[in-house]
Every structure is written in structure tokens, then in C-alpha cells.
Design a protein around this ligand. Structure first.
Ligand SMILES: [Zn+2]
Length: 107
């Protein structure tokens, strides 16, 4: 008995079902109990395009990897230039630094 693949268009539930060739295709989804089943072509590699452009088969992983690479390529490095502007070094008094540091004034 061949194995048929079913895909529910209502809930995207996918499963395999043993059926004889003469058996009628299923309609009711065992998952959501709605008549949204669609029998997939089980010969060879049945690639089904979803609306979003994803493959339904194992090829999806390959596609997914490439999509992730594109995401990573985005260089989103935020480097905040923390430049602390320290003002007040200029001695308005005009006194030499060497002398002022050595002198100790009480208070
Ligand atoms: Zn369903």
C-alpha cells in the first residue's frame, strides 16, 4: 500500500496515511476536524510552495540557513562614542601646576 501525504490547508497539519490506490482521498483533517485536507503528490520530491516562499519539504532547512545568513550579514553595531569632555583644566588663575600641587593649604 502506498503512503500518501496529506496537508491540511486549514491548520497546516501534515501527515502520512497508508491507503490503497483505490481508496478515496481523505478530506477531514484529524487535527482540526475540518475538511481542509489536500493530498500531496507522493512521487519523487513533492515540493510545495507556501505563500511565504518556504518549502514544505526538508529543503526548507537549506533555505532557512541561507535566510539566516542574510540576517547575520546586517552589521548593526552600535558604537556609542563616549567622549567625556572634561573641562576646567585650564587654570584661569595662570598659576603653574607644579607649584599648586605641592602646596598644601589648610582648609
Ligand atoms: Zn487541519
Amino acid at each position: 500500500m502506498p503512503t500518501y501525504e496529506y496537508l491540511c490547508e486549514k491548520c497546516d497539519h501534515e501527515f502520512e496515511q497508508f491507503q490503497s490506490i483505490t481508496a478515496r482521498s481523505l478530506r477531514r483533517c484529524p487535527n482540526c476536524k475540518q475538511n481542509g485536507l489536500k493530498r500531496l503528490i507522493g512521487s519523487g520530491s513533492g515540493i510545495i510552495f507556501k505563500g511565504s516562499g518556504f518549502y514544505q519539504t526538508d529543503y526548507r532547512t537549506e533555505n532557512y540557513k541561507q535566510a539566516q545568513k542574510k540576517e547575520k550579514s546586517k552589521s548593526d553595531t552600535k558604537k556609542e562614542k563616549a567622549q567625556a569632555k572634561t573641562k576646567g583644566k585650564d587654570a584661569s588663575d595662570g598659576k603653574p601646576k607644579a607649584e599648586s600641587t605641592k602646596k598644601k593649604k589648610p582648609g
